[in-house]
Write a protein that binds this ligand. Structure first.
Ligand code: SF4
Length: 96
């Protein structure tokens, strides 16, 4: 797996750091449409379940994509935490 540096300008995200760095270990990028359908607990650990449901999604422009890992700084639980992963699994079970 290639190592990737992610630069981001969303400074109120829990994972944002000085220098416009994203410090998350993994992030989920998806279409705005898919992003809108699921709560914030659905994140990178749910990628395969999302593909099973929606297939691989395509867009025409970057403006149609979003970072599903965004978590407001100072919010209750950062995305990807064990608690959030359990909540995502429960949510996806009710959808499938
Ligand atoms: S998780 Fe997404 S929104 Fe948050 S810093 Fe990383 S790339 Fe930016």
């Amino acid at each position: 797996m290639p190592q990737l540096e992610v630069y981001c300008t969303v400074s109120n995200c829990h994972f944002w750091a000085e220098g416009e760095h994203c410090t998350a270990l993994r992030i989920l990028i998806t279409t705005d449409d898919v992003g809108d359908r699921y709560p914030e607990v659905v994140d990178a650990s749910s990628a395969r379940d999302l593909v099973r449901q929606h297939g691989h999604t395509k867009v025409e422009a970057c403006a149609e994509t979003c970072c599903k890992t965004f978590t407001p700084r100072g919010g209750p639980e950062p995305a990807g935490s064990p608690k959030k992963r359990e909540a995502a699994a429960r949510h996806l079970k009710t959808v499938f």
